[in-house]
Design a protein around this ligand. Structure first.
Ligand SMILES: C[S@@+](CC[C@H](N)C(=O)[O-])C[C@H]1O[C@@H](n2cnc3c(N)ncnc32)[C@H](O)[C@@H]1O
Length: 232
């Protein structure tokens, strides 16, 4: 991987960060918005389905959805440390034989990654510069559901992200965060035949589950957004 952002990802999502993430997950379970995405997907009915989790970190969505009845999972992550830790955790949980992990930039690897019933990107879109490539190539892999968690494009996020990036610059890190416009994200996903089925948000994040247009409405499908404060 030789793109500048990919080098930044290797620096920022290193072994220590991965170990800390795993410790937090073991102690407290999934983070709040990850839990919101998992619950929304479970409400759709995921028994026996396959999962493709892109930028899955220590593999929280993979571990939780396998426990909930998903048949097998594929994970793709640009961080070597996350892949190693996710693999170790899968072995510890006894489901390593049901997870296939690949290290690299999903946009480059996409032609060799199989489609899946469910595709997830949890807090990944904000770590990648080429939104159309990442969203376009990943949403075309989703046979049934496509779940994303990404920052809201509100005025406070428009102020916060450049400040966060300033600190990366000060530390001489090539890593940057990106605030992609929600309307642009939505348009790329819809272009691959997906419709919005669930929407909820916190002060910082939005959680969206799309489904293919031929799927029936689930009982939990929402026309109005749910708001949950980040601290709740
Ligand atoms: C902020 S972390 C989120 C990790 C995990 N999903 C979570 O929510 O805890 C962003 C992750 O996205 C991965 N990532 C970003 N762009 C990627 C790409 N193009 N291909 C594969 N992984 C990518 C990074 O390596 C990192 O693991």
């Amino acid at each position: 991987m030789n793109c500048c952002q990919c080098q930044g990802i290797e620096m920022e999502f290193n072994r220590k960060v991965a170990a800390d993430d795993l410790k937090r997950y073991r102690q407290k379970g999934p983070d709040r918005t990850t839990r919101m995405l998992i619950d929304a997907l479970k409400a759709e009915g995921i028994q026996g389905m396959t999962l493709l989790d892109i930028g899955g970190g220590v593999g929280v969505i993979q571990h939780e959805l396998l426990k909930a009845g998903v048949r097998s999972a594929t994970g793709v992550d640009a961080s070597t440390a996350y892949i190693e830790v996710a693999k170790e955790e899968a072995q510890r949980r006894g489901h390593a034989d049901r997870i296939n992990l690949h290290h690299g930039d999903f946009v480059a690897l996409a032609p060799n990654i199989p489609a899946a019933d469910i595709v997830t990107l949890d807090r990944v879109i904000c770590c990648y510069h080429h939104m159309e490539g990442l969203l376009g190539r990943s949403s075309e892999k989703a046979r049934k559901f496509y779940g994303v968690v990404y920052p809201r494009d509100t005025w406070w996020m428009k102020i916060s992200l450049p400040i966060i990036n300033f600190f990366y610059w000060l530390r001489r890190s090539p890593f940057r965060t990106f605030l992609h416009l929600s309307a642009a994200v939505d348009a790329v996903v819809r272009a691959n035949g997906l419709k919005r089925r669930h929407y909820s948000q916190t002060i910082v994040w939005q959680v969206v589950v799309y489904g293919h247009s031929n799927l029936q409405e689930s009982q939990t499908s929402l026309s109005a957004p749910i708001f949950r404060p980040d601290s709740a």
